[in-house]
Every structure is written in C-alpha cells, then in structure tokens.
Ligand binder design. Structure first.
Ligand SMILES: [Mg+2]
Length: 171
C-alpha cells in the first residue's frame, strides 16, 4: 500500500528536468503541480526561470499542464500568462484530473510524467493514475495549513522508505 507513495524519481528542482532526458525516454507530456513545485506557494506569478522552462518544453514539443488543488484565481493568474492549460481544485490525490489531462493531451500513460513536491497529493495521485512520478524538493519550507498537516505524515512515510532502503536522498 505504501508503495503508492514512492516516486519513480527524485530531483532537486523542476529545472533539473530537461527536454533531452524526457525525449530519450519517449516522454511527450508533463503534468506539474504549482505551489512549491514551480514557485513558492505564496508567489503569485511565474519567475523568469519558470517562463524559460515552459518555453523550453514548448520548443521541444513537450506538452505541459498545471494541475493544482488550489483555487481558480490562484491557478488562473499564474497559468494564463504562460499560455499553459491548467486544472484548479483538482482534488489530488484523486486520479481523475491526472487521467483526464493525459487523455486530453492525446498521450499514452507511458508518455506522461507527473511532477510535484508532495507525496500525499502529487505522487500518490500520479501513481494511482499509473503515471511516472517525479518528486521535487519544495521551493520553500513553509506551507499552507492543510499542507502543514500533510507534511507530518509525509515525513513519516519518507523515514519509513529510508529505513527500508527504498530511497537514498537526504531531506
Ligand atoms: Mg505543491
């Protein structure tokens, strides 16, 4: 059961994820979380680095959709200037939004990766949708209220995986 919380891969930052590596593995689409994955949860707009990363993916024909549990205003204000499709109030970890987006992209499961900073929403949801999951280190260590609670559980799960030798990275 806990293996549903285990990401396929772990990287420091979304910017470590580059088109060449994805393309080599046949990846054509990215489903990414917003808060603490692309920018800090309390930062309204995309940073120049984020804008550049989206452009890079576009130039390489890799589709990107933002899926967030946050509200319409937050997700829309951030996503629209990037010209990227988005889903707000996504109810992660339910797998529905992930499946719908992969379908809308017209891609097979094997061609889509999920990127996010939380085990309990992004990784669990991506895994339940049977997609390849990449965990990133949260951009800032502070969080909204619900996330704070999730982090406590997350820490326990990560420690369990560490004890079992399933993950090797440090926090
Ligand atoms: Mg997040």
């Amino acid at each position: 059961m806990l293996t549903y919380f285990l990401p396929n891969e772990h990287v420091k930052s979304v910017f470590d994820i580059q088109p060449a590596t994805l393309k080599n593995r046949g990846i054509k689409g990215i489903i990414t979380d917003l808060d603490n994955t692309l920018v800090a949860w309390d930062v309204k707009d995309a940073t120049p680095e984020v804008i550049q990363w989206f452009k890079l993916m576009k130039d390489h024909d890799i589709k990107v959709t933002i899926i967030s549990n946050n509200n319409q205003e937050r997700v829309e204000v951030f996503s629209e200037p990037l010209g990227t499709p988005f889903v707000f109030s996504a109810r992660k970890p339910l797998s529905k939004a992930f499946k719908t987006v992969a379908n809308e992209m017209g891609l097979k499961k094997e061609e889509v990766v999920v990127i996010g900073d939380q085990l309990l929403t992004d990784v669990l949801g991506g895994n339940l949708a049977d997609l390849y999951t990449i965990l990133v280190v949260p951009i800032v260590q502070t969080d909204g209220k619900i996330t704070k609670f999730n982090r406590k559980i997350e820490r326990r799960i990560l420690n369990y995986f560490r004890r079992k030798g399933k993950i090797s990275w440090e926090e």
